[in-house]
Structure formats: structure tokens, C-alpha cells
Write a protein that binds this ligand. Structure first.
Ligand code: GDP
Length: 444
């Protein structure tokens, strides 16, 4: 394989730019362009130690740092040299040109990581974790990407593949020698073990929903009768005066959506117009919008206040099948024992005060736990990649109804094994592998 080089930092002006060279020729190329202050050849530089020296390009000399990684102890698994030079678009380009004339070829986007995959430094899902890590926008995305890059999915899939291999071996014995010891490897005795793997897969697939929340945010809709304090609650959640709070019922005529970040997860909160009868035309429009917002809600906060703890009956239709939390607002007001509707046991999941802020953080935490914490399996693993969801659901399908006929069961186990291999990369097609690395940026 050729020795590749690229600028690893974004193109533009900055404090430092990093150029990376990887391949058999990396140390030779380094010797051709870089002279360490203490002398010596790249192959003899102390490993992973920054060396100060002079980089000689055609037109100029650049004082910079070089660091060498000896195969296989490098990101790519090959000999690698990285140069830290002064940040500057022209400077980086000239330094790259010097590396190319010394024998390197320009790396394709993602080629360094592709080589890491080819050289067994990472599996395919780990490489995808690196892309996610680079593109992550929030803390929760970072954690999920970190788990993937760390090889957590890889290890889980490899373990399931091992279990399947063991079972296949047992099955094959029972197929070849049907009379030997039917008890040992018979299809029937294997089915609990198959179901166990199917269970693991189902748990893993469920994390895909969580991953979507992490990526797109949780849609929260505030619903309830006019004047219970929905606008005030939106403000309290955002800690900002965005929605107009007024004492007259029906002042929130439209839906307002604002996004807050809690523990690194986006929460898109929509305040709806109160759903009232006999409202004017403008408010009717607001009510219509509220219904639309409700239909795309991940969770509806059914807001009530101490004066009236009954739900807004008109929203019930729109709520069918939705996750909901009943929120009693205005906890700062004493309800005086009996509520207007005659009950004295407030049937709320959580009591808050938009005015004083009491219970607001607990409310955010409840939502976070419901959607995020509960949906992540040990080690922070969740399925962010459609490719993984697809392969794992095919694996789960294959194991769903284990057949009692050894030949058929063996076929299902084999097909699940292949699906799992697509994730780690051992059975992924070249086309899939190429498509994954094309998504990388240059120099990664
Ligand atoms: P919405 O129609 O449901 O959006 O209600 P608003 O947010 O406009 O609030 C209606 C009235 O209730 C306003 O006078 C608010 O000041 C008042 N309010 C809202 N939240 C609280 C609260 O937690 N405590 C008290 N005491 N008053 C509140």
C-alpha cells in the first residue's frame, strides 16, 4: 500500500495545523523533509514523543514539531508521522506539497481510518463511532459515539457470534450423527439459548428509539385548559421570558416551540393554545395548530392548576396512544383542601410552580430519565446507525422462532451470524465498507 498524506486539521487560519503521513514510507519521507534539532533518523526518534526541528519545503523552512508512531502502535496500524506546524492555509498546503514530492500520495477522505479497519485496529462499527464522534452536536451524542468508537457494539456482536458458532457446531454434530446423543445438540435443547440471543438483540434494537431522541430531541407539548400556566411553564422551563404570560384566558393564540438543552439532550417544548369552545376565528386556528403539535409530541404534559385539577377533556382524542405526564402547576398556591371539582387528592404525577421554579428541574429530569436513561443499555451503548438497526433486526428476525428441525435451525443461526458480521465488518460487502469511509472528512 502506498504511503498517504493529508492535512488533518480544518483548512483555514488557526494556531496550529496538523499533517499526517501513514504507510511504509512514512519515516523515509520524514527524513527527507524534517531535521530534528538533536539530529537522528525518524525510525530512531523516541516513539510518540514530540521532536522539535525544521521542515524544509521548496520555498521556505518551517520550525515545527514531528511525532512518530511505529507500526502497529499507531492509529492506522502502519508507520505514522504527524507534523504540527503553524496554522495557516498556504503554509499547510506547501508542507503537504513537500510531503507529496517526497513520495507520499494524497489520502482519500477517511483513508486513514479505512487503513485502521483493514489493519484490525478498529472494526467497522468502531470506525462509524469515530465519524459520529467527529460530527456529534451534543453531550448525549458524544457519549453514544464514544461507546461505539470504543468497540462496545463490536464486542457484543462478536460475543453473540461466538455463541452462535458454538451452537452451530453442536447442531452439525447432531445432524451428522443423529443417533449419537440427541440430548446434547438437538434443535429443541438449543432453543432457549437462541431465545436468549434474540432477547439481547431486542434490547439492543430498543435503544434505536432513544438514539433518535438524542439526535432529534424530545418533542414535549404543553396542553391544558387556558390559564393553568402553560406559557409560564414554558418560560420556567426555558428560564427565559419567551411566551406572553397574561391573566386573561386565551392569550396564547398560536403554538410556540422553543428548544432547551438538558444534560446535553435537546428538548423541543411547544406551548399550545388552550383548546376552548366558542373561541374566535384566530383562536380556532391556534387550536388547530395545537392539535397538530399534539400529534407529533413524544410526550404531552397535561397541565392543571389547583383551582381545577380536571384535564382538558377536548385534548383526549388527540392524546390517544401518547406518553403523558400530568403536571400540577402553581404549587405555590394553597388549594385550600378541596378542589373545585370536589376531589381533595390531587391526581398529578408531579407538582411544579412556574412562578417560583419549584419542581421544574425535577420535571426535566423525569422526562430525561423516561426517554434517555431508560433507553440506553449498559456502557452507554445505543444504536445511532440505521445500518446497525437494519442488520440487527434481520438477525433478530432470523432467531425469532427457532425451528425444531436441526437443518432449518442451522440455517437461521448462520444467517443471524452473517448479519452480526455486517456490523463488525467481517461479512460486510466492499461496497458497504466504501460507502462508510466516504462519509469521513479529509485527513481522518
Ligand atoms: P396559559 O393560558 O395556560 O398559558 O396560562 P399563563 O401562563 O398565561 O398563566 C395564567 C396565569 O397564571 C397568569 O396570571 C400567571 O401569572 C399565573 N401563573 C402561572 N404559573 C403560576 C404559578 O406557578 N404560580 C402562580 N401563583 N401563578 C401562576
Amino acid at each position: 500500500m502506498k504511503t498517504i498524506a493529508a492535512i488533518a486539521t480544518p483548512i483555514g487560519t488557526g494556531g496550529v495545523a496538523v499533517l499526517r503521513v501513514s504507510g511504509d514510507g512514512a519515516f523515509g519521507i520524514c527524513d527527507a523533509v524534517f531535521r530534528a534539532d538533536g539530529g537522528g533518523k525518524a525510525a530512531d526518534f523516541p516513539e510518540r514523543r514530540l521532536m522539535l526541528g525544521t521542515f524544509s519545503a521548496a520555498a521556505f523552512d518551517e520550525r515545527c514539531l514531528a511525532v512518530c508512531f511505529t507500526a502497529p502502535r499507531s492509529f492506522t496500524g502502519e508507520n505514522v508521522v504527524e507534523f504540527q506546524i503553524h496554522g495557516g492555509a498556504a503554509l499547510a498546503r506547501y508542507v503537504l506539497a513537500a510531503l507529496l514530492s517526497a513520495g507520499a500520495v494524497t489520502a482519500r477522505p477517511g483513508e486513514f481510518t479505512e487503513r485502521a479497519f483493514i489493519n484490525g485496529k478498529t472494526d467497522l462499527s468502531g470506525a462509524e463511532g469515530i465519524i459520529r464522534l467527529i460530527n456529534a452536536q451534543s453531550e448525549a451524542e458524544l457519549r453514544a459515539a464514544g461507546a461505539l468508537a470504543d468497540g462496545k457494539l463490536y464486542r457484543l456482536c462478536a460475543k453473540m457470534q461466538d455463541l452462535l458458532t458454538d451452537m452451530l457446531a453442536e447442531l452439525e454434530t447432531s445432524i451428522d450423527f443423529p443417533d449419537s446423543d440427541a440430548e446434547a445438540g438437538g434443535a429443541d435443547t438449543l432453543s432457549p439459548r437462541v431465545r436468549e440471543i434474540a432477547g439481547t438483540l431486542t434490547g439492543l434494537l430498543a435503544t434505536g428509539t432513544t438514539a433518535a431522541y438524542v439526535r432529534d430531541g424530545i418533542n414535549i407539548v404543553l396542553a391544558g385548559k387556558p390559564n393553568v400556566g402553560k406559557s409560564a411553564l414554558l418560560n420556567a422551563l426555558l428560564k427565559a421570558e419567551r411566551a406572553i404570560v397574561a391573566e386573561l384566558p386565551g392569550t396564547t393564540r398560536d403554538t410556540i416551540t422553543e428548544t432547551l438543552i438538558y444534560k446535553g439532550v435537546k428538548m423541543n417544548v411547544t406551548d399550545t393554545a388552550g383548546l376552548r369552545d366558542g373561541a374566535d376565528a384566530v383562536e380556532k386556528l391556534g387550536v388547530e395548530r395545537a392539535r397538530t403539535a399534539l400529534s407529533s409530541a413524544d410526550i404531552v404534559l397535561r397541565v392543571t392548576d389547583p383551582a381545577d385539577d380536571s384535564d382538558d377533556g377536548k385534548i383526549d382524542g388527540a392524546l390517544a396512544g401518547k406518553k403523558a405526564l400530568s403536571v400540577r402547576n402553581k404549587s405555590d398556591i394553597k388549594s385550600g383542601g378541596r378542589l373545585r371539582n370536589g376531589s381533595n387528592t390531587p391526581p398529578a404525577d408531579i407538582c411544579v410552580s412556574a412562578l417560583t421554579g419549584a419542581g421544574i428541574e425535577e420535571l426535566k429530569e423525569r422526562i430525561y430519565t423516561e426517554f434517555i436513561d431508560g433507553g440506553v443499555i449498559a456502557g452507554g451503548l445505543m444504536l445511532t446507525e440505521t445500518r446497525h438497526l437494519d442488520a440487527l433486526s434481520r438477525a433478530a428476525d432470523a432467531l425469532k422462532n427457532p425451528s425444531g428441525i436441526p437443518e432449518l435451525l442451522a440455517e437461521d443461526l448462520r444467517s443471524a451470524w452473517l448479519c452480526l458480521g455486517e456490523i463488525t465488518g467481517s461479512t460486510a460487502s466492499e461496497e458497504v465498507v466504501d460507502r462508510i469511509f466516504e462519509r469521513f472528512c479529509l485527513g481522518k
